[in-house]
Unconditional design. Structure first.
Length: 261
């Protein structure tokens, strides 16, 4: 793919500092991610996890530092990047079908003056099929359940045919079937040589889902293989006094708090 350099990491962040209304949210964030990794971005509420992704993608201005995609800024290598935003940030009342949403993932490959054709439609249908949504291709996006909407956005990310993916809380508020579909998709992406960073809250599933973790709380607490990084000591550093409450919450039965996590 264009501008991909296999000799440099998919993502390298150096000295990234971001503030909202002069209040620092991220301070001197520095880390690198290796290829073909499923990476969980873990930390308490307000730790700056979503802000980190937005800053990397140029959606949130940074005070200092840089983020490089295969050694180049995002605006140069944006075709290598797929993004699944938080479901709450999307206008689900926009009048469009699930198929149209997925086909939007092809626009970056088509350029300004080409319209999606039969090939793009076929590819979009294939992506919907992979997330179990082919039968809903012509359904208005507003008529889908929360889990179904999330699957459609995952299909759109697949249609982008990216190399590096960012997913902001894809497991939030989904049912068990959708969670299983997401995990299957993540592992398929990895098998296909992709690198995926996922903002995630369920501490109980981190060791099962991710090869590596980035522990974040305004700054990088630790970044590395899950086995050696996702430890009680590091979690205590990241969550502080909130850790006991979080641990209890994650051990609740799935039905205790509805469909969400």
């Amino acid at each position: 793919m264009t501008n991909r350099n296999r000799n440099v990491p998919p993502l390298a962040v150096s000295g990234l500092t971001v503030a909202y209304r002069k209040k620092p949210v991220l301070r001197d964030v520095t880390f690198e991610i290796d290829e073909r990794q499923l990476v969980g971005i873990i930390g308490p509420n307000g730790a700056g996890k979503s802000t980190l992704i937005k800053a990397i993608l140029g959606l949130q201005p940074a005070l200092s530092g840089e983020a490089l995609i295969y050694g180049k800024p995002y605006k140069v290598n944006r075709k290598l990047v797929g993004y699944v935003p938080q479901r709450e940030s999307v206008d689900w009342d926009f009048p469009t079908s699930a198929l149209d949403v997925v086909m939007m993932g092809r626009y970056g490959h088509l350029g300004l003056f080409r319209r999606p054709g039969a090939r793009e439609r076929e590819l979009a249908m294939d992506c919907l099929d992979k997330v179990g949504m082919a039968d809903f291709a012509h359904r208005q996006i507003s008529q889908l359940s929360g889990g179904q909407q999330q699957r459609v956005f995952l299909a759109r990310a697949l249609a982008q045919d990216a190399t590096l993916y960012f997913m902001d809380e894809p497991f939030a508020g989904v049912d068990a079937a959708t969670e299983k579909a997401i995990v299957t998709l993540l592992n398929e992406l990895k098998r296909n040589g992709k690198t995926v960073l996922v903002v995630h809250h369920d501490l109980a599933t981190v060791a099962d889902y991710f090869d590596s973790v980035l522990l974040l709380n305004g700054e990088v607490i630790a970044c590395g293989p899950t086995e050696t990084t996702f430890t009680p000591e590091r979690l205590q550093q990241a969550y502080g006094g909130k850790l006991a409450f979080v641990a209890r919450s994650e051990r609740e039965p799935a039905g205790a708090a509805g469909n969400g996590r």
